[in-house]
Design a protein around this ligand. Structure first.
Ligand SMILES: Nc1ncnc2c1ncn2[C@@H]1O[C@H](COP(=O)(O)OP(=O)(O)O)[C@@H](O)[C@H]1O
Ligand SMILES: [Mg+2]
Length: 323
């Protein structure tokens, strides 16, 4: 099979951390070819969608990867397109998801471009508000101050387009920084922000549950530095092995039909104290840490799933009788 990865430049990859690198390694191990391109390399010509892509071969030691010569690849001709570009979600990202719409019904695209457009990582979570801590989304600063006062125990503010913990801050009623933080996060009342009940259980970690087609692959726990509220690995959080609780399993089962409907095949759910705080869809990570704890390559499960499913989008091939 041929996989095209639409992602950030290869030279930015962290070979021992990035989930995309683990996918490329697992694909190679299972005999598949991987191609790399950036969103800007995707183009439309002659009424179809193409990418200027290079074959990428990954390895466990430096230089970790080699890139072949760039080639024009008709994306409908490959078996899987994986969109794994890190946030921010900007206009270019949006356009690329719209261009990849041309592949609908022709190639397996993970995650579905429409799902990626619809699922802002903070706002999409609100479809499952029943599993979330108390949450407000508003640009109205007075409303935020009233909410913080009502919560009493403190709140967390988050920009709607943030990732890796960026811009996440704790606000407390009576703290003399609070008004300034709220002005800042809403750009003086001009921009929406998320405000959420502070969950003291964050001290025990922020659990990342990786989910493939509604099934739990496993979880890792991320524990913040002593001097930070943010548990993200990117913000210096420490990773520990953990189990998925029956309560978290029930939440995932409850979410699975909606995720399937939106084509969100590979997602990372964040849980604090058993409450859902975020649904990561653009380039969820954690599979390498999970594989180390599990003692096996969990990325291979994702590649195996794609092997089974890619045929569904290729009726010509799929109709060939087995054997
Ligand atoms: N409701 C909350 N209570 C306590 N801490 C939180 C809460 N929400 C987020 N955090 C902390 O902030 C970090 C980042 O928040 P998150 O919503 O996952 O955004 P990001 O997209 O930046 O990862 C989390 O890892 C956690 O440590
Ligand atoms: Mg998060």
């Amino acid at each position: 099979m041929r996989f095209v990865f639409v992602m950030d430049p290869m030279h930015r990859i962290l070979p021992d951390k990035d989930t995309t690198f683990a996918f490329q390694r697992a694909a190679l191990r299972r005999g598949h070819a991987s191609f790399h391109c950036e969103p800007r390399d995707v183009y439309i010509a002659d009424g179809d969608v193409w990418a200027r892509a290079r074959e990428v071969r990954v390895m466990d030691e430096a230089p970790y990867f080699t890139l072949g010569a760039p080639d024009d690849v008709r994306l409908a001709d490959v078996e899987c397109v994986a969109i794994r570009k890190d946030p921010p979600f900007d206009a270019d990202y949006l356009y690329v998801t719209l261009m990849l719409e041309k592949l609908r019904g022709r190639v397996l695209v993970v995650n579905d471009p429409q799902g990626l457009r619809d699922a802002n990582e903070k706002l999409y979570t609100l479809h499952f508000a029943r599993h979330m801590p108390r949450t407000l989304v508003t640009s109205d600063r007075d409303r935020i101050h009233r909410f913080v006062a009502e919560l009493g125990g403190g709140a967390v503010v988050k920009p709607l387009d943030g990732a890796g913990g960026s811009g996440v801050m704790v606000v407390l009623k009576g703290d003399r920084n609070t008004r300034s933080i709220v002005d800042y996060i809403t750009r003086e009342g001009q921009r929406h922000a998320m405000v959420q009940e502070y969950l003291p259980a964050v001290r025990d970690g922020d659990k990342r549950v990786l989910v493939l087609a509604g099934e739990i692959l496993g979880a890792i726990n991320r524990i913040a530095r002593e001097d930070d509220v943010r548990s993200n690995i990117h913000a210096g959080g420490r990773v520990e092995p953990c189990e998925v609780t029956p309560g978290e399993r029930a939440v995932v089962s409850d979410m699975a039909p909606r995720l399937a409907q939106d084509g969100l095949v590979f997602v990372g759910l964040d849980f604090i104290g058993g409450r859902l705080t975020e649904v990561n869809v653009t380039s969820p990570t954690g599979i390498q840490e999970l594989s180390r704890h599990a003692g096996r390559d969990v990325a291979e499960r994702v590649i195996e799933w794609i092997e089974r499913r890619s045929g569904d989008f290729r009726p010509m091939l799929g109709s060939i009788p087995p054997g």
